[in-house]
Ligand binder design. Structure first.
Ligand code: ATP
Length: 263
């Protein structure tokens, strides 16, 4: 279980996380929230890239704030929102880097690491890119490579910051299906951030609504993604929930679509 209690983070004087509380069992959880509310800051705090001012982050009862870099990287796979490398590593080598926490420093990656790398490339349908330099890929291709690298890392806890950004419609579905299946098959705990609440209906077990640096509501997607909560979350956005087979979908309501925009 991932347990976050009363987590605070500041950028200089500015309070960004203002007492975040979150509990997630071994399933797929998603954070929804408007731009700038602190989703990436929270995810970066979990993976150790940012140091919270106070609060608790525990995974399976262990305080992960005190873990060293390598132990943390073994435990937690992380796919950031932004990533740049200047050196033209091939796609294969970029995904193989995900194995670094498991690799013996003197021996380097072995055949098992290479096999896992190839498997992750195949799962995401990007084997055909394996010899291309990462620096020459499109935004969506880069994203698929980074997700493959995150999968190759094989953390028990997997963190994805906006895994669907840059991806075409099919690849958004592919990536979330893969993440969901890996979570179910291997009992991994997944926490990701999303901008489309409809994807949460299809792929997430739990939803955390974030506003102004705190979690304002959480629960099953059907219980939490409501017209009232969407309006609260996205500053007055009016929507309607419609039924689609056994699922729900959120659509902007007519009033919003006919909004007068001053140009
Ligand atoms: N390096 C930084 N220095 C100062 N302020 C920052 C820095 N990075 C982010 N912020 C600010 O912290 C707040 C939270 O940013 P964060 O990236 O966590 O938001 P987010 O919810 O992930 O947004 P988005 O959906 O747009 O990615 C924002 O107001 C942002 O401007």
């Amino acid at each position: 279980m991932l347990r976050i209690e009363n987590l605070y983070f500041y950028y200089e004087e500015k309070e960004i996380l203002r007492g975040v509380n979150l509990k997630l069992k071994h399933e797929v959880g998603c954070i929804l929230g408007a731009n700038g509310v602190g989703k990436s800051t929270l995810l970066k705090s979990i993976v150790g890239l940012l140091k919270p001012k106070k609060g608790i982050i525990e995974f399976n009862g262990k305080n992960i704030l005190n873990l060293g870099f390598k132990d943390r990287a073994k435990l937690i796979s992380y796919v950031p929102q932004e990533f740049s490398i200047n050196f033209p590593y091939t796609v294969f080598d970029t995904v193989l880097m995900g194995r670094n926490p498991h690799v013996d420093f003197l021996e380097g990656p072995n055949s098992k690491d290479e096999k896992i790398t190839l498997k992750c490339l195949n799962i995401l349908g990007i084997n055909y890119l394996k010899d291309r330099p990462f620096t020459q890929l499109s935004g969506g291709q880069k994203r698929l490579v980074l997700i493959a690298r995150g999968l190759a890392q094989e953390g028990k806890l997997m963190i994805f910051d906006e895994p669907t950004s840059y991806l075409d419609f099919k690849n958004q579905i592919l990536v979330l299906s893969v993440i969901e299946k890996i979570s179910r098959k291997f009992g991994k705990l997944v926490l990701l951030s999303l901008h489309d609440p409809n994807l949460a209906f299809f792929f997430c077990d739990n939803v955390f609504l974030m506003k102004d640096g705190v979690i304002i509501d959480c629960g099953k997607p059907d219980d939490v993604i409501t017209e009232e909560n969407i309006e609260r979350l996205y500053n007055g956005l009016k929507t309607e929930l419609i039924k689609f087979s056994d699922k729900k979908l959120v659509v902007p309501n007519k009033e919003f679509l006919e909004l007068d925009v001053v140009l």
